[in-house]
Design a protein around this ligand. Structure first.
Ligand code: HEC
Length: 108
């Protein structure tokens, strides 16, 4: 019985994970991010999986990345991009959406 309950709990978690990933990707598409980014390869900007790997375990990762998307910037990924800048997205993309996008990227 316990094992069945555990199995059900785990299935619920993974379904939620998939839903979150799809929502994240949809929002990225809608916000125009996918013109320059992909999950697992470099386009104009770095692959989001590489971004997630670089910031893994850093406490201020979320705040740093939210700020970067709001204001834009360059210089963090010059080795990958050759020095192209990330454009500013605030106020074109609402803050709440930017936070969701960052959570999505960091979850990869
Ligand atoms: C015009 C191309 C372009 C678009 C559109 C774009 N990006 Fe970027 N992005 C870049 C580039 C180039 C970099 C690397 C900047 C650097 O070297 O610091 C980057 C970096 C990033 C980073 C890593 C920042 C860091 O400092 O490590 C994140 C996260 C990110 N982008 C998310 C997004 C999201 C979310 C969107 C949509 C709202 C988006 N990008 C749209 C080009 C783009």
């Amino acid at each position: 019985m316990k094992a069945v309950m555990m199995g059900m709990a785990m299935a619920a978690v993974s379904v939620a994970g998939v839903a979150q990933a799809e929502e994240g990707l949809d929002l990225a598409k809608k916000s125009g991010c996918l013109a320059c980014h992909a999950v697992d390869k470099k386009v104009v900007g770095p692959a989001w999986k590489d971004v997630a790997a670089r910031y893994k375990g850093k406490g201020d990762a979320k705040a740093t990345l939210v700020d970067k998307i709001k204001k834009g910037g360059k210089g963090n990924w010059t080795d990958v991009t050759g020095g192209v800048a990330m454009p500013p997205y605030s106020p074109r993309v609402p803050d709440a959406d930017i936070e969701k996008l960052v959570s999505f990227v960091l979850s990869l």
